[in-house]
Design a protein around this ligand. Structure first.
Ligand code: E4P
Length: 220
């Protein structure tokens, strides 16, 4: 499983990149707004992220027609070689994804909640399909079960081009653990989850006792 950071926060991206485990970043309009992002700075912000991250950086379109989405997508893709155009699953989004695919532009289809949405995204030419987990949990449905079903369905077919599943809308470690056991290619996680993925109380306790014992060695 590869780890992506789900944020538009530059400091968090720089920090995670320094750990040597960051394979990509996903952003969305909400995450950009959370950073106080302004429309005029959006492209420069994406370029800044692309320069930090050695891997795909998803930048989302906001148009509602295929023409608007394709126009935005072409502009976004021109910002940096590692930009991936993020497009919501909907009829116009599928049509735009096909058009972008035909132009050789990688698309991440987002807001994916069902097996047919996942299959149609892949058929339209999406390079990445992003099933959301946590938002199902938020409405008392089992997001992991939906994710598992989408992975099984996608693995049943050859789409003629590479398709990777990005487990998205992740809230905690167990989402990541289960997604990896199900074979999700990527987990995109908020920074606070990425930090928690590194830690375990037994690791902390073990380190504490190693250091305490080393003090004894030093003083012997
Ligand atoms: C995925 O790419 C999305 O940006 C993200 O995972 C949405 O998650 P949320 O449900 O926490 O907003």
């Amino acid at each position: 499983m590869k780890f992506f950071l789900d944020t538009a926060n530059i400091a968090q991206i720089e920090e995670a990149a320094s750990w040597g485990v960051l394979a990509g970043v996903t952003t969305n309009p909400t995450l950009y707004a959370r950073e106080g992002g302004k429309l005029a700075d959006f492209h420069a912000h994406i370029q800044r992220i692309c320069a930090i991250v050695d891997g795909p950086v998803s930048a989302e379109t906001v148009g509602l027609t295929r023409d608007e989405i394709v126009r935005e997508g072409v502009e976004l893709a021109a910002l940096a070689p590692n930009v991936v155009v993020k497009v919501p699953v909907m009829v116009e989004g599928l049509a735009a994804t096909r058009a972008l695919f035909e132009k050789g532009i990688d698309v991440n289809m987002t807001l994916c909640f069902t097996v047919p949405q996942a299959l149609m995204s892949a058929r339209a030419g999406a390079r990445y399909v992003s099933p959301f987990i946590g938002r199902f949990d938020d409405i008392s449905e089992d997001g992991l079960e939906h994710l598992g079903n989408m992975i099984i369905a996608l693995n049943n077919y050859d789409f003629g081009h590479p398709v990777e599943v990005i487990a998205a809308s992740i809230r905690h470690n167990q989402h990541v653990v289960a997604a990896s056991l199900m074979g999700a290619d990527i987990a995109t996680v908020p920074f606070n989850v990425l930090e928690k993925l590194v830690t375990h109380p037994l690791t902390d306790r073990g380190l504490e006792s190693f250091l305490a014992d080393w003090e004894k060695v030093k003083n012997s």
